[in-house]
Design a protein around this ligand. Structure first.
Ligand code: FRU
Length: 491
């Protein structure tokens, strides 16, 4: 009952903020809260035929604070509808926050598994964390279980960093992994529990651990099978930048390996960064009834400049992306096929033209999908790409450096003044394809069918002039160039 009142109160606060919100940077087809702060995606699940996504949410403020779980659902992964807040903190089991976690369909009962956050000394950020569950029969209102906390405390060799349960079922047993820090090494690791009923959990042991180079804490772990291998995905805090890699404050990446449930042995290769833009973190996945493994991340980064705070909101999730594994064990990430439902007007522009220099395609829309392909088999150019131009100074640049074989995203003239360029190696074959989604204040680049992705927030303030396709240093054949104006699902 108390929870219900807290939820109503939070909904009222959201309603109030919504009325005065500045819409200039609001996204047209990404998941956002109705107003105020969001961070990680939580509880991705398909339940009774619909897709549900929850998210870390502070309904009272544009800054992070006592975490609630916001909630949206969709029939098609494209058109989302806001539902009432699912979890509000303030009970004995989650006094200062309902932190990240996951969701499972337990025989028709939608069960959320989440971390309770508790300050013992808030000013000095001294806290403890435990694990809890909440259940729902209708997928809308949730009741916290009387058994909470279902896990009260971490194992003895653990620090107080003990959060973000990801739960799945294998054969007849539930498994839970948690992001954790070992006391001895003060480094990140993932630990495993198992249960027959989601309420009583038995500690199994460490599933994977940093070798010293993977940061001090591993947040938001996920573990699943993909194309015959096991993937451990996680968001390490505290990895050192290494050339073009790990340039954000915190990273998201994965290990590929083989796993044995009997022995809890996970033999894996090295850590691979998952996206190379500025704003991609805390990714979670789920599998749906089409047997796809779908990932959604938070499309922002801790401590980044977030200009929409002045507008009364902050934070968004990435597009849903389907994951596949290549034969050399790299993840391919591509937008789910349903996203073509967003397409409105189609424009077929300079396909099969040889270009050099700059070619402006006039387009004032700010919700776009662009598909470009450059034929590199006979090019004399040194770099090819496109710029999303404003009418005066502003531009966001996606460029492929042919000699260096590097894909680059430059947001220095689109709202990221410092630390504005991200680069990554991308093997050049005979072509480079770029599938780009622009949504007012975001850009997501999928290069060569998902071999590389770059995700960043941008904050352009000028009217849009168009898309400038370019080739530097010589000529290139544009083998494909189409774009679409996309629908605003929130209007
Ligand atoms: C990751 C994270 C999680 C935590 C949540 C709190 O971004 O720090 O580890 O549960 O955010 O909002």
């Amino acid at each position: 009952m108390i929870t219900k009142n807290r939820i109503q109160q939070a909904e009222e606060a959201l309603q109030q903020t919504k009325e005065s919100m500045n819409e200039r940077f609001r996204l047209g087809y990404h998941i956002m809260a109705p107003a105020n702060w969001i961070n990680d995606p939580n509880g991705l699940v398909q339940y009774k035929g619909e897709y549900h996504v929850f998210y870390q949410h502070h309904p009272y403020d544009e800054n992070w604070g006592p975490m609630h779980w916001g909630h949206v659902k969709s029939k098609d992964l494209v058109h989302w509808e806001h539902l009432p807040i699912a979890l509000a903190p303030g009970d004995v089991c989650d006094s200062d926050g309902c932190f990240s976690g996951s969701a499972v369909d337990n025989d028709g009962e939608l069960t959320l598994i989440y971390t309770g956050h508790h300050y013992t000394d808030k000013e000095n950020d001294i806290f403890y964390q435990n694990q809890n569950i909440a259940v729902s029969k209708d997928g809308i209102t949730f009741e916290k279980a009387g058994e909470n906390p279902v896990i009260a405390a971490p194992p003895e060799d653990s620090t107080h960093h003990y959060r973000d349960p990801k739960v799945w079922k294998h054969e007849d047993t539930w498994y839970m992994i948690l992001g954790n820090q070992s006391i001895e090494e003060q480094s990140g690791r993932v630990i495993l529990y198992k249960s027959s009923n989601l309420r009583k959990w038995e500690y199994v042991g460490v599933l994977a651990q940093s070798d010293g180079s993977h940061g001090f804490m591993w947040e938001c772990p996920d573990f699943f099978e993909l194309d015959g291998k096991y993937i451990l995905m996680l968001s390490p805090q505290g990895m050192e930048a290494d050339g073009d890699n790990y340039n954000n404050l915190y990273q998201t990446g994965y290990f590929v390996g083989d796993y044995n449930y009997e022995t809890n042995q996970f033999q894996h290769g090295s850590f691979i960064e998952l996206d190379h833009g500025h704003d991609f973190y805390a990714v979670q996945t789920f599998s749906d009834d089409k047997n796809r493994r779908i990932a959604i991340g938070w499309m922002d980064m801790w401590e980044a400049d977030m200009p929409t705070k002045k507008d009364g909101w902050c934070g968004a999730l990435t597009l849903p992306r389907e994951l596949r594994l290549t034969s050399d064990h790299k993840i391919l990430m591509n937008p789910v096929e349903e996203l073509t439902l967003l397409r409105e007007r189609e424009h077929n522009v300079c396909t099969d033209k040889t270009i050099s220099g700059n070619h402006l395609i006039e387009e004032t829309g700010d919700l776009l999908e662009i598909n470009m392909e450059f034929d590199l088999s006979q090019t004399s150019a040194t770099a090819v790409g496109l710029k999303l131009k404003g009418i005066k100074e502003e531009e966001t640049v996606v460029v492929y450096d042919i000699n260096e074989q590097k894909l680059m995203l430059d947001c220095s003239k689109s709202g990221k003044k410092e630390d504005s360029v991200r680069r990554t190696f991308l093997q050049s074959g005979s072509k480079i394809s770029l599938r780009i989604f622009i949504d007012r204040s975001s850009i997501e680049v999928f290069a060569n069918e998902g071999q590389t992705t770059m995700t960043s927030r941008i904050y352009p303030t000028e009217e849009r002039a168009g898309i400038e396709v370019f080739a530097e240093g010589g000529e290139v054949q544009v083998s494909g160039c189409k774009y679409w104006n996309l629908k605003d699902i929130w209007k």
